[in-house]
Write a protein that binds this ligand. Structure first.
Ligand SMILES: Nc1ncnc2c1ncn2[C@@H]1O[C@H](COP(=O)(O)OP(=O)(O)O)[C@@H](O)[C@H]1O
Ligand SMILES: [Mg+2]
Length: 267
């Protein structure tokens, strides 16, 4: 099963992606988590030690690798291979964390305005395609808000698109754009998840919006002070307090997704 997690910066994508990854791993599934968020802090939420985290080099920064795979011999500037060989990269560069979880940090393109970053983009796009189409473990991708690296062919591999939203107008507007784009890309199972919920009135407002977009609110996760405490201590939320209210809500989400997985795959 391939799960993509998207949403505006700061809404809780990484919290949801990382915690779901750990929960699947704890149930004995082989899980490969992919960090394609520009904040690149999925490793922290997965509970990977600081020592290991400090050594991570995202694929987008591996100049030699990018050159080796994307450059075409004899090609001039701006000429590069848009279909590079990537199948060996995940196993070579993934790192292992708690519960046997595996992580590949793709990184993202920091500033697309500062010149042509086409080689990096080409490699990351190809890698995502490989990860979502060719791998057979559970793959959970913590995505860049705009789904920049997602083409139609790659989107086909996504079984579940989780769109995370906060109870703010800005976040809801971006969610609606992501939902629209996901539909255009042909993704069938799109689920909206409200995070940092404080009261039921927020849910009422979100539900009103959702009817316009024809996507029901699938799940809600409460605002939880324990998450801030975990952040302050630098401990991943699932290791800091696995039974806090937001963690319990994410666990319920995990159970519901596990049931969906059965429906989708074990018909
Ligand atoms: N349910 C929640 N309750 C309290 N704080 C939260 C909750 N979800 C996320 N946060 C906090 O909000 C910030 C952004 O979360 P994060 O998962 O990094 O978002 P994103 O990956 O979408 O940018 C972090 O400081 C995180 O700890
Ligand atoms: Mg993030």
């Amino acid at each position: 099963m391939k799960i993509a997690v998207s949403g505006k910066g700061g809404v809780g994508k990484t919290l949801v992606a990382g915690t779901l990854a750990r929960l699947f791993a704890q149930e004995g599934f082989k899980v490969l988590a992919i960090d394609n968020d520009s904040a690149m802090n999925l490793s922290y939420t997965l509970g990977i030690s600081k020592e290991t985290r400090d050594k991570i080099i995202p694929i987008s920064k591996m100049k030699e690798l990018i050159k080796e795979r994307v450059t075409i011999e004899g090609g001039g500037p701006g000429i590069y291979n848009i279909n590079p060989k990537v199948a060996d990269i995940p196993d070579q560069y993934k790192i292992t964390g708690p519960d046997g979880i595996e992580l590949l940090v793709l990184g993202s393109i920091e500033d697309p305005l500062t010149g042509c970053l086409c080689p990096e983009n080409a490699l990351i796009k190809s890698l995502l395609h490989n990860l979502l189409i060719k791998r057979d473990e559970i793959v959970i991708v913590d995505f860049e808000a705009g789904l920049e690296h997602l083409g139609r062919g790659t989107a086909k591999g996504i079984d579940l698109m989780l769109v995370i939203t906060e109870p703010t107008q800005k976040s809801l507007e971006l969610s609606s754009k992501i939902i629209e784009l996901s539909k255009k890309l042909g993704i069938i199972n799109i689920y909206l998840i409200a995070n940092k919920i404080i009261d039921d009135n927020q849910i009422t407002v979100i539900n009103q919006k959702m009817t316009d977009w024809e996507i029901p609110l699938y799940h809600k996760i409460p605002y939880d002070k324990e998450i801030g405490k975990a952040d302050l201590e630098g401990i991943s939320p699932i290791d800091f307090n696995p039974n806090s209210k937001s963690l319990n809500a994410i666990r319920t989400l995990f159970y519901n997704l596990s049931k969906l997985k059965k429906e989708i795959f074990d018909l």
